[in-house]
Ligand binder design. Structure first.
Ligand code: COI
Length: 351
């Protein structure tokens, strides 16, 4: 893939201090177009800026889109890394297949990201909790308000320097949603597509109204089994075991989730991927066996959970602080990601 690069003539000031998440973008973005019968073409990097679309553009009406979340990291010696980018490329095509967006060559996906990160490498913040958040996304662009599969698309990558999503390992409270559901068997829950997040807003709003950071989803049939949390997969330490819901058609296959399972096994912990009923969790909490809970995701990395709110009842987990396992996993994973620990599983890509 040839990428035409047009550099900005007006580089922006980089944000200082607390970087927050997802509001300041780097100087450049990657764009590529697709037309039925032609395929993907015109790979280019251009100055970051607004895009112009017809108001009839299909993604605006029917949400035919997918996205990914990834990060680039810097170490103290000025080396830059990506973390398992081939997994994002693969998952992206899985999401695209579910939403009838054309397949994108996985090697080109990684090349596009590496090239963009190299160009804007001086935007990668240093520091243990900082990184460059990368947001690749695919959108349907036909100007048509009939419901159809678009014949044209864009693949775009934008990037934003980011600090910790919730603050350094700051534990959060989660509200268990027992009315709305996120996804059902046969739906799009496994795909990373905007509609899943649009469907989550009402539950998020309720969670926030009750002082919680995110909503935890139960299964769409019985409202009995735990699925995932707003922007993350969820793990529980019950007794000596680490338990996380088994992947199914309605759970996002998180790359951080997969990495955390690998690390837990490497720590010689027993990991169970299986259905977990909310009642099992309540019973474990009542008997004192629910030791820890934490969410995982690219944006949050590890987010310790210190309270679950279910049907008006508060289930307090641990002593309100981040648990030992959450801390150990966070330190180990972030060290691997930014070159500070041996890359035993070959996850790191030096750029
Ligand atoms: C990520 O962790 O990268 C996500 O996609 C969550 C995002 C919706 C903030």
């Amino acid at each position: 893939m040839q990428i035409k690069i047009t550099k900005t003539t007006t580089p922006k000031d980089k944000p200082m201090g607390n970087l927050g998440f997802g509001r300041n973008f780097t100087d450049h973005m990657f764009i590529m177009d697709y037309t039925d019968g032609v395929g993907w073409y015109d790979a280019r990097i251009v100055p970051y800026g607004n895009l112009e679309f017809s108001p009839a553009c299909m993604v605006l009406h029917y949400g035919q889109e997918t996205f990914e979340g990834m990060k680039a990291y810097a170490d103290a010696d000025g080396n830059h890394y990506l973390f398992r980018p081939e997994m994002n490329a693969r998952r992206s095509n899985m999401s695209n297949a579910r939403t009838c967006i054309p397949e994108f060559p996985e090697e080109d996906f990684v090349t596009a990201i590496k090239t963009l990160v190299k160009l804007d490498a001086d935007w990668i913040p240093e520091g243990k909790d900082s990184s460059l958040y990368i947001r690749p996304f695919f959108i349907a662009t036909d100007p048509f308000v009939g419901v159809a599969i678009s014949k044209t698309y864009k693949f775009i990558v934008i990037m934003a320097p980011a600090g910790a999503y919730y603050g350094d390992l700051k534990p959060v409270a989660i509200r268990v949603e027992d009315e709305y559901v996120r996804a059902v068997k046969g739906g799009t829950g496994r795909a990373k597509t905007g509609g899943n997040y649009a469907a989550s807003m009402a539950a998020l709003s309720r969670a926030q109204a009750e002082g919680c950071a995110q909503a935890m989803w139960l299964d769409g049939i019985e409202r009995k089994y735990i699925e995932e949390v707003g922007t993350m997969n969820i793990f529980f330490k019950i007794g000596e075991k680490v338990i996380t819901p088994a992947l199914n058609e309605s759970i996002l296959p998180g790359i951080t989730r997969d990495s955390i399972i690998t690390l837990c096994k490497d720590f010689d912990l027993t990991v169970e991927e299986r259905p977990i009923a909310i009642d099992e969790l309540l019973a474990a909490a009542d008997s004192g066996h629910l030791v820890e809970a934490f969410g995982t995701g690219t944006a949050v990395v590890i987010s310790p959970v210190n309270k679950l709110r279910y049907k008006g009842r508060d289930i307090v987990i641990g002593n309100g602080e981040a648990g030992e396992l959450s801390k150990k996993l966070y330190d180990t994973l972030t060290a691997i990601q930014r070159g500070g620990a041996p890359d035993k599983f070959c996850w790191r890509h030096k750029i």
